[in-house]
Design a protein around this ligand. Sequence first.
Ligand code: ADP
Length: 260
Amino acid sequence: SKNNNPFKKLNDEIFVYVAKKQKEIEELRRIEQFRREFLADVSHELKTPIFAAQGFIHTLLDGAIDDEKVRGKFLAKAAKSLDGLDALVKDLVALSQLETGEVKMHFERVDLHEVVGEIFDQLEKIAHNKGVSLKVRTDKPNGTWVKADPQRIVQVMTNLIENAIKYGNEHGKVLVSLEEDKKNILVSVKDDGPGIPPEHLSRIFERFYRVDKSRSKERGGTGLGLAIVKHILNAHKSKITVMSKMEKGTTFSFKLEKTD
Ligand code: ADP
């Protein structure tokens, strides 16, 4: 009968082996492709601020330095480009460490209400300059404790709140809500800004993806903020969701496991 055919068994084993190897090759190709694209993206993003700073500095050296008005202006622009470069490199390091799983999370008891208060203090100035009001609301006034890596959760909340201010309207409102269900604290960051067009919604968590390139760069964005948010929440076994309505605003939400 068929089952007694020694070649059949060998044939099956070879088939399984080849299929496995093909899968491994595919996976390696995918990683290689990702690496290549990442490198191309990164070089492009690095070039922009470097070229800009170079341009201003060379123009100064070529004589503009003698004009007192131009001097200050060009130096300020060169400095701004280099600040952008600095922010970009910092975000890149953070993202690559998160992507390779190089960093360990240090889970502790964290009070989210307190975290939001500290971030509001830090962002007060840029909010004030834009006339934006910052509010936090909770149905758990006695403590919104979660298990989280404090530093990373500060980064998540800062990125989301900063975006809400940056991309929201002048004189707009930013509301952070902390609500509880059985197991979790539900966090949401809501603005009443112009919103994100639906065709872009699924892509804003990709590295360097920006809805409006020039506007994002002008506002000092690296294009990595939401990619970092996604990775950090992933390491907390949590997922970020976004809802947006044109002319009404945008809400980002996620859950974290609560603790006493
Ligand atoms: P960036 O550094 O450009 O802010 P992010 O990864 O933080 O990068 O955000 C990606 C893009 O998503 C932004 O460039 C912006 O176009 C869009 N975006 C993020 N948050 C908001 C928001 N609250 N309202 C409108 N658009 C937003």
